[in-house]
Design a binder for this molecule. Structure first.
Ligand code: MOS
Length: 770
């Protein structure tokens, strides 16, 4: 899903518009922005936190999928007779005997249009064709290997070259114009300086530490699904539809999640397979994906091929910018990677065009991966900008600053808050950019050649619908509940900080309850929007709950404030007091509640979507960043290493400096993976994602991690919410890979336009063209 579609999905829903920040609202307390350790950290480090596959129930049995061994064709027969006779085997499920599973048209988002085992069609290697359920995991695994599936194979295509002949622009199946202004052809043709190159980004597989898993429990009426989901509410909506049940008969639980990177945004077919097996056997069923299955059955970032044409005047004015890109998608789904996400507004230019085309391959359905669209798109745009700077003999930081604009020239709206220029300036200062000599190979450190590169980054800011409930309890603790989830990023912690800020109750007396679809509906953890979405609802709930306390204080016999107008009372540091007196003069709210014989005072809050917010309509809302990279190139042994990264991020106000920095560090490591290591390779002989393991699919290890300096501008954006926090899950990644290849050019003189950079690319100009 593109960011725009994500915005439509979460941001444009009708809902209560948020209350504008009243003038004179005091700045938040010091807890907002504090570098607080994760409140769930001790549960995780002691092994107490339960992840999806950690749930066990009496009578639990195990499901193991059988996967297609062809990339395209029809199943002609399934012989499960041997498997069914094996020890412990309870069920072999396939399209011939599974209970009805339905497609989803519910308003929720599913990953694949087709439910599991819909028919005999196979569209990619590894597609689930059957599942074996047995008493133990080992029995299920052995029996799954004994299921014989026969196919009528058809021809297939997993070519990494996306140059297929397509219908003309605007025709069905041809390139679609996503953005257009001015006359790019004429402006490009007459430009004094031109860049016209093709950039390629690979298929990448999400490899969160915690793999996908479902534990499904059918109790005769209701399904409880223990999942690792970035969106428990959406998962519930979709699975209710797929299973043909009312929503109240499905509960989705994800209390702790070992990350997702987008791969867990929307349900995959294994969830319904586990649910169906549980119903059929009337036993709890655990289905865990292996790391190998993760490479075929739960999404990937699609491969892209992007032609960039930049035209500039000799003094560096950008007169034309055109991006014509393609991405691969599967045969079952139209997944458009929105590579033009940032192109129309990042730099000032009168003439601009973005076109997008889909190229079908026999691969599993692609899905968003951290910074979907923008990350591969900015690899192309920022690489082309570096090439332009070199042709212009301009400093790449200066070129970007000179093309900065405070107006979104596509939407003709000002940005709510744009500080890209400051990101570039502050980053240059922290990195020591002024010491850079631009000549290729001119910077040395002993035997090593240093390369310095830079790239800009951008990612949209949005806000969706959310409800939250706060319970101020008579024992002096508070409980905030919301049907969102913490994917490891710190959502539990920042919510506790919000509640503490609004009530003055210390964080260690606040419990945050997330990760179940039975809670008040909360947002998907995606698109860097969860935090910005939750803020108004939590503030609203806190205001409502404290108001209840003040009302109780004013009308309860025995309360020191009996008979006082509640409007004259304040709630500070967890105490009720006269507004014109300090908090210390008042009494703890818990005493008021005890006096009134109340267990708790409760408040419900709501956030409305940004798209329904009249105040926000006048603005273009985005985060910005700049990444500076140093590489060390050792030509003697052909060794390339990213040695240093400075990342400066304009993500609005930062709620927690520790968890935020942690996100940026992770994004840099992931960016190093994109720049140097990661690529899912499909075997041309059979369509198998052949490097489907950690020996052959290389991700950065600690030895590959550079020295990292993260800096936040920390400038609040009050169009987004009262705290001015935009969300930062993805902005830290976009500039890393293009800054790496820019640095590689600076060190070696070799321009690598296809990531990941391979050693053979750097052995000589000839080999890089091969
Ligand atoms: Mo992110 S790709 O929205 O998890």
């Amino acid at each position: 899903m593109t960011f725009e579609e994500f915005g439509e999905f979460i941001g444009s829903q009708e809902g209560a518009a948020p209350k504008a920040v009243p003038p004179g609202t005091p700045p938040p307390s010091a807890i907002i922005g504090a570098a607080l350790p994760r409140i769930d950290g001790p549960l995780k480090t002691t092994g107490t936190a339960r992840y999806a596959a950690d749930y066990n129930f009496p009578g639990l049995v195990y499901a193991v999928p059988v996967r297609a061994s062809v990339a395209s064709g029809k199943i002609t027969s399934i012989d499960s007779s041997t498997a069914e006779r094996m020890p412990g085997v309870l069920l072999v499920m396939h399209h011939g005997n599974i209970m009805p599973l339905y497609r989803n048209a519910s308003g929720g988002r599913n990953s694949e249009a087709r439910p599991a085992f819909e028919d005999e069609t196979v569209a990619y290697w590894g597609q689930y064709v059957a599942a074996v359920v047995a008493e133990t995991f080992e029995q299920a695994q052995a029996a799954a290997a004994a299921v014989r599936v026969n196919y009528a194979p058809a021809s297939f295509n997993v070519s990494p070259v996306l140059s297929d002949t397509l219908p003309p622009e605007g025709q069905p199946g041809g390139p679609q114009v996503l953005s257009h202004r001015g006359d790019t052809d004429a402006a490009f043709a007459s430009a004094a300086v031109q860049v016209d190159e093709v950039y390629v980004t690979p298929a990448e597989t999400h490899n969160p530490m915690e793999m996908h898993a479902t534990v499904a429990v059918w109790d005769g009426k209701k399904y409880t699904l223990y999942e690792t989901s970035q969106g428990v509410m959406n998962h519930r909506t979709v699975l209710a539809q797929v299973l043909g049940e009312p929503k109240e008969n499905v509960e989705v639980v994800s209390r702790f999640i070992g990350s997702g990177f987008g791969g867990k945004l929307f349900p995959w077919p294994h969830s319904a397979i586990a649910a169906a097996a549980s119903r059929k056997l009337n036993r709890p069923v655990k289905l865990t994906l292996s790391r190998k299955m993760m490479f075929s059955n739960s999404g990937h970032r699609p491969r892209t091929q992007q032609r960039m044409r930049l035209g500039a005047t000799a003094d560096g004015k950008l007169v034309s910018l055109q991006q014509d890109y393609r991405n691969h998608t599967s045969f079952g789904d139209d997944i458009r990677e929105n590579c033009g996400e940032a192109t129309p507004f990042l730099y000032s230019t009168a003439n601009l065009k973005v076109t997008s085309a889909l190229v079908r391959r026999n691969v599993g359905t692609p899905t968003p991966m951290r910074g979907p669209g923008a990350v591969p798109g900015l690899f192309a745009l920022e690489s082309a900008m570096d090439e332009l700077a070199i042709k212009l003999k301009m400093d790449p930081v200066q070129l970007r600053i000179s093309l900065d604009t405070l107006t979104d020239e596509e939407k003709n709206k000002p940005f709510s808050s744009r500080h890209l220029k400051e990101c570039l300036e502050v980053g240059a200062e922290r990195f020591g950019w002024s010491k850079r000599t631009p000549e290729v190979g001119s910077m040395r450190k002993g035997d090593l050649i240093l390369g310095w590169g830079v790239a800009a980054a951008s990612w949209g800011a949005n806000r969706g619908l959310c409800e939250a409930s706060l319970s101020l309890q008579s024992d002096g603790t508070a409980r905030l509940s919301c049907g969102t989830q913490d994917i490891g990023t710190g959502t539990y912690t920042v919510i506790a900080q919000m509640v503490s800020d609004k009530t003055g109750i210390p964080v260690d007396k606040i419990s945050v309850v997330l990760g179940s679809s039975s809670l008040p509906p909360g947002p998907t953890s995606g698109g860097s929007t969860a935090t910005s979405t939750i803020i108004p609802a939590v503030i609203d709930a806190a205001n409502a709950a404290t108001k209840v306390v003040l009302t109780v204080a004013s009308n309860t016999k025995g309360s020191p404030f009996k008979g006082t107008d509640p409007a004259s009372l304040g709630f500070t540091s967890g105490r009720v007091h006269a507004k014109d007196q300090p908090a210390s003069s008042g009494v703890p709210y818990s005493e008021i509640l005890k006096t009134a014989n109340l267990a708790s005072a409760n408040g419900d809050g709501k956030s409305g979507g940004l798209g329904a917010d009249p105040k926000a309509r006048g603005y273009s809302t985005h985060s910005f960043g700049a990444q500076f990279v140093e590489v060390e190139w050792d030509p003697g042994i052909a060794k390339l290493r990213v040695s240093r990264v400075v990342s400066v991020v304009d993500g609005g106000r930062i709620l927690n400096m520790r968890t935020a920095r942690n996100q940026m560090e992770g994004a840099i490591v992931m960016g190093v993976g994109m720049g140097l290591f990661e690529e899912t390779i499909y075997d041309q002989r059979n369509g198998h994602a052949i490097n489907d393991n950690f020996a052959d699919y290389i991700v950065p290890t600690i030895a590959d991690v550079p020295q990292i300096d993260v800096h936040f501008l920390d400038i609040p954006d009050f169009v987004i919410n009262e705290y001015g926090a935009r969300g930062i899950g993805e902005i830290g990644m976009a500039g890393v890979a293009p800054a790496i290849t820019a640095a590689v050019y600076h060190a070696t003189g070799i321009r690598v336009r296809k990531v990941p950079v391979r050693i053979e690319d750097l052995l000589g100009p000839k080999s890089s063209d091969a």
